[in-house]
Design a protein. Structure first.
Length: 179
């Protein structure tokens, strides 16, 4: 089943402590599987994500040093976008997740899974893979604004509140010229 622009797929509700504790038990293999699935679940919520690329960044990208940190940070951002798509406040902080992952024994996975679980709890813990309604996800950052077609011609010659160098605005919004 593939998601449509107005529906997504529910992810699996996982115990965050189990996600964190299974990492050393499986020599890190479970963390890789979980990381792929977490990114896939955000993609299924309508967020632009490539789970395979994210996984490559934290495995082979470690030889370059920087890619794992970028990928872990961006995964937190994707979880925040998935929370927004679910119609709930963005509580996932990518910086906190990255710092937890680096400095507190890899607890970033615990944090990120608890944030994903908030999404599934918001929908009433549906079975994994079932369709759920989502809002369209907008990119973070600059959103271009514009005037409706033809409205720009009706605008006055000067921006509102514009005063020419001479001091006061002239009646009708036109500049006073003094020669």
């Amino acid at each position: 089943m593939t998601p449509t622009p107005v529906t997504g797929l529910a992810g699996k509700l996982r115990n965050p402590v189990a996600v964190w504790l299974l990492a050393p038990v499986t020599l890190g293999i479970y963390t890789l599987v979980w990381y792929y699935k977490a990114n896939k679940e955000t993609r299924d919520m309508g967020v632009v994500a490539s789970p395979g690329t994210s996984l490559l960044a934290i495995t082979f990208g470690a030889f370059i040093v920087v890619p794992p940190f970028v990928s872990i940070y961006k995964t937190g951002g994707r979880i925040a976008q998935a929370q927004r798509a679910a119609g709930m406040p963005e509580t996932c902080n990518p910086v906190a997740g990255l710092l937890l992952w680096i400095f507190v024994f890899g607890t970033g996975s615990l944090y990120y899974q608890s944030e994903l679980n908030k999404i599934w709890a918001h929908y009433g813990n549906p079975p994994a893979g079932s369709q759920i309604p989502v809002a369209p996800v907008q990119a973070i950052g600059y959103q271009p604004q514009g005037y409706p077609a033809g409205a720009q011609a009706a605008l006055p010659g000067q921006p509102q509140g514009y005063y020419p160098v001479g001091g006061q605005a002239a009646p009708g919004g036109q500049e006073e010229t003094t020669s």
